[in-house]
Structures are given as C-alpha cells and as structure tokens.
Ligand binder design. Structure first.
Ligand code: AMP
Ligand code: MG
Length: 403
C-alpha cells in the first residue's frame, strides 16, 4: 500500500469532480446575493430601460431645427418631477440630467453652450437632432435577452435592480464540514501541553471554505483513534455536502482516516503526484464525498486550492478554481521532486510583460510563514527536477477571491 502509484493530479481532479452535485436554488434579496453564484444566467428584459426618453445633460430641451437662435423658455423638466410642458416651435424647456424629454423636443443643448436671460435662452451653435438625448431603451430594450455573469457582481445587481427585480435565485452554499485530526492538536487560543501544537488547519481550512463559497460546519479536532474517527466522520457526512479532514491520511501507525473510508464507505484514491500534498484521500461515506487532506498546513492549504476549491465551485455550478494565471520567469533555480508536479510558494512581481517569481521563503510543507507571504503558487511540471531561469512557468495568483 505504501508504494501505491502516484495518481496524475489532473486525473485525480477529474475523478473527484465527478462526485460533485449541483446544490439547489434559494431566493435572496439583491444585496444578499453579493458574490454568490447566480442560478439565472440570462434575463428577459420585460420593459425598456430607461422607460422614457431623457436628458444626458443639464441644459435646454428644444427642436434642433430652431438652432441657432433665441427661444422662449416655457418651463422646466427635473428628474422625478413628472411630465414637463411640451416644446413648440420657437420655445425651449430648461432640463436636468435624467429628466424626461418634453414632447416636441428632439435635442438637448448643454447649459455651457447656451445663455439664459429675461425668460429666453440663446443658442449660438447649431444642435444636432438627438444630441444629448437618451432614448427609451437606451440601456435595455423590452424583449431583449441579457446575459448575466456567473457571480452576482455589483454591476449584475445593478442590471437586476434596473429591471425592477428585488430578489434573485442563487445556488445554496454547499455545507462543508471541516475536521482536523491529531492527538497533538490544541485548539487555537488554548495553552499547549508538552508535545502539542496549535490546530492551524481547522481555522485555515474553515477560512478557505468560506472564501470558496461554502457554508462552514467547523467541527472539533479528532484524536488519533479509529472508533472516534469513524463516528465523527459518519456524523459529519450525515450533516454536510462535503467532509474535509486534515491529517491522518499518511502511512503512520496512527493515521485512521483512510481506514475509516475503506471500512465504512469507499476510498477512490489516496496518493497524488503533487508537491506538497502527496497523501490525499478521496472517497465517500454514506454517499457524502470525503476529502482527506494531508496534515502539514502548507500541504493542506495547497491541496485545498487544487482539489477542494474546484469541488465547492462545481457544486455551485462554477467552472475551474476561479484563479487568475500568469506566465512568469524565475531568477533563481528552485529544486523539487521530479516525480511530482510542484506548487512552489512564490512572490510574483515586475512589469506585466516580464513577471518574475521568487521563493517567498523555505519550501517545507510545515512552513506556513512563506505561504502567508506568497502571492502565487509556481507550477513546475512532473519530470523536472527544478524551476530554472530562462524558462517560463505558470503561476496561480493567490488573490483573495470571495465566491
Ligand atoms: P499527519 O498527516 O497527521 O501525519 O500530520 C503531518 C504533520 O502535520 C504533523 O507534523 C502534524 O503534527 C501536522 N499537523 C497535522 N494536523 C495539523 C493541524 N491541524 N494543524 C497544524 N499542524 C498539523
Ligand atoms: Mg496526524
């Protein structure tokens, strides 16, 4: 078992994603939809937006044919103040931005291009018909189909609100249970006994779940004990759409997560050709997908990026990992395991035309600090023993992305 072959990471992801189930829809108010996955991806405009012709400028509504000339002012059109008087030949109406264009007018002359005195306005230049007028349907026409982006951005919310919508259907956030395993773990904020370390993965993976668009079910750390592990994992599987554990998936004598999957559910695979993160178990318990991440915090967070984030997004109907990629160079050699695809912790900077990645610190999988200061993961393919200057590599940019 120790030397089970290493699974190709793309194959592992494809097999994992086959397990993802789209969550149902829920209806929320527009602001509550912020950043969430939209169920509707296309809208039918039922009305024109705007619903009436209006002015794009503060100025004078008139007939273009009456310019240049001096016109009698017959009233005012202000935004939201109702129907203005009509414009007849030789007259003009003072108008504000967004106010309805009076009947009979076909152009607006900006206030800067006119002079007003004694109840009349003088227009020295010739206006074009249609100038500074926003016709009805200027933004959206009734009957038009409008594409919406995958996520509810502020602009998508503006579009929905403009069309008179108050609520929108979004995907329910998949509920993700997070459990750390390890006898050595003390909860964050508690004091340490001899040989203990603080549980970094519980809070870290919890944060990652929230940013990936999941609903976090944070469960207490588990001891390295097979019966307790089985009971806790099955309870988590019953309560969640996905169970994510950390630790206990390797070949140590006290690693029980894999054994629980084999005994009570199924284990699909558990060794993947990635660095960090080789021991990563995927399977199911009582029909719920379980992803057993490695215990080292860097391995846990990097493999979360590679596998858990895309899984949560797939449940939300979103493709990929939502990350931006850049093509970068390195200016120093960075070694790695040739048998695995490496995701090195780096800082990318420079001009857009020549981005350079430098290690953000030591590359040990228990070294969290360099991950915390990295802004990208440098992808160095299988079969290569190092990243070398002069070649280009893909970098996955670790922006804070909220789904
Ligand atoms: P394991 O995979 O359980 O053998 O753990 C591998 C390494 O990661 C060990 O050094 C553990 O102490 C460490 N580790 C496991 N879980 C956590 C955690 N939740 N927080 C911080 N370190 C952990
Ligand atoms: Mg352990």
């Amino acid at each position: 078992m120790t030397d089970a072959p290493l699974l190709d990471p793309d194959e592992a992801l494809a097999r994992l994603l086959r397990r993802a189930r789209l969550t149902g829809a829920e209806t929320v108010t527009l602001v509550d939809a912020t950043g969430r996955a939209l169920v509707e991806r296309e809208l039918l405009a039922e009305v024109d937006v705007p619903g009436f012709a209006n002015s794009a400028m503060d100025g004078y509504a008139l007939r273009a044919a009456d310019t240049p000339g001096t016109l009698a002012l017959v009233g005012e059109s202000a935004a939201g103040r109702g129907e203005p008087p009509a414009v007849r030949p030789g007259t003009a109406v003072r108008i504000m931005t967004g106010a309805p264009l009076p009947a009979g007018a076909d152009a607006v002359v900006p206030v800067e291009e006119a002079s007003e005195a004694d109840g009349a306005v003088t227009i020295p230049g010739a206006a074009q018909a249609g100038a500074h007028v926003r016709p009805a349907g200027h933004d959206l026409r009734a009957g038009e189909r409008v594409a919406l982006p995958p996520l509810a951005t502020p602009a998508a919310i503006a579009l929905l609100a403009s069309l008179g919508r108050y609520v929108v259907a979004v995907r329910r956030r998949p509920r993700v249970a997070v459990l750390s395993t390890g006898d050595e773990l003390a909860a964050a904020g508690t004091s340490l006994a001899a040989g203990q370390i603080h549980d970094a993965n519980g809070p870290a993976l919890g944060a990652a779940v929230i940013l990936a668009g999941g609903e976090l079910l944070a469960l207490p750390p588990l001891p390295d004990e097979p019966v307790a592990t089985a009971e806790a994992l099955r309870a988590a599987a019953a309560a969640a759409d996905l169970v994510v554990t950390s630790g206990g998936v390797s070949v140590g004598r006290h690693d029980h997560v894999r054994a629980v999957l084999e005994a009570h559910g199924t284990l699909d695979f558990w060794r993947i050709a990635v660095q960090p993160g080789k021991p990563l178990a995927v399977g199911q318990l009582d029909g719920t997908t379980v992803i057993g991440l490695p215990g080292n915090p860097v391995s846990a967070l990097v493999t979360f990026e590679l596998f858990v984030r895309p899984f949560i997004r797939a449940a939300l109907g979103l493709e990929g990992d939502g990350r931006t990629r850049a093509s970068v160079e390195v200016d120093e050699r960075m070694t790695k395991d040739p048998a695995r695809r490496a995701y090195l912790r780096v800082t990318v900077d420079g001009e857009a035309s020549r981005l350079v990645a430098r290690p953000s610190g030591g590359q040990g999988s228990a070294q969290v600090r360099p991950l915390a200061s990295a802004n990208a993961l440098l992808v160095v393919p299988e079969g290569e023993a190092a990243a070398v200057p002069g070649r280009r590599y893909e970098a996955i940019i670790l922006d804070l992305v909220m789904t």
